[in-house]
Design a protein around this ligand. Sequence first.
Ligand code: CA
Length: 328
Amino acid sequence: MPRLLALLLLSLGGLAAAEPRPLIIAHRGASGYLPEHTLAAKALAYGQGADFLEQDVVLSKDGVPVIFHDTHIDTTTDVAKKFPGRQRADGRFYALDFSVAELKQLNVTERFNPKTGKAAFPKRFPVGVGSFQVVTLEEEIQFIQALNRSTGRNVGLYPELKAPAWHRQEGRDLSATVLPLLRKYGYDAKDSACYLQCFEYAEIKRLRGELGWSGKLIMLLGGKGKGPGETDFTYLQTDAGLAELAQLVDGIGPPISSYVAGKTPAERQVTDLAARARKAGLKSHPYTLRADELPKCVTSVDELLSALFTEAKVDGLFTDFPDLCIKR
Ligand code: CA
């Protein structure tokens, strides 16, 4: 769609005002600008106007939910320098092998490749600069609630249960540890400012069944094929799969490429996934808009936002750059 026409349609959409703008979910905080999952990155995202702040959650050795994107922690901390020899046979350092007191001794840095030391995103905050602590889920909840108190806003939580099947293999129950914390802070009702998310369908079923989670829930989808916990992502995106999901969850979180695809801008296509999900009663919250890693089918952030918001009509968007998505 020509840019001017898209802009005109967007402003008309704005005038109508009946349609709320899509939720802006700060992916690991404003991680385009500051090291992911630091309170600094969360505060910046909050200040930029994000509606929800995302937490990826794993367990520490002493069973405390801590905020890390991966089960291993050597891509975002100086663990290899501070605790040499504490890696597993695969060479990786895992949050699950360190107590919270030990994790608190680490410095969190911009994401890097532990083999080469090179930054994952070369144009972002430099690796190794700054002094940032590992954050527990409870600390982050208290931080967000304190900001909500001082600003009068109600910015929400968007926690992801990371690798629950792997945790169980390790003898730990991630979900059963996280849910009481969310309940304690009032996030377990359908109208609470909280979306709980997970890539494992078996765990989603367990959350709604055995564990009795009654808050909002998002099924993350990883494109095509089989995912963790043998989740069949291809099936879950069919009409039958979406209808099945609608019995359990409030929405889906697939990659952006499931909504806007194509190898070049000329070949760009908006898929019918958001429309089919909506028909099934499911929200669409795709991941992840990165200004420094745009899909090949667009030439700018605004073009991608137009395709997602105006054409596909998604309901929310994960982004490393909340400010670029909110200013529209
Ligand atoms: Ca996540």
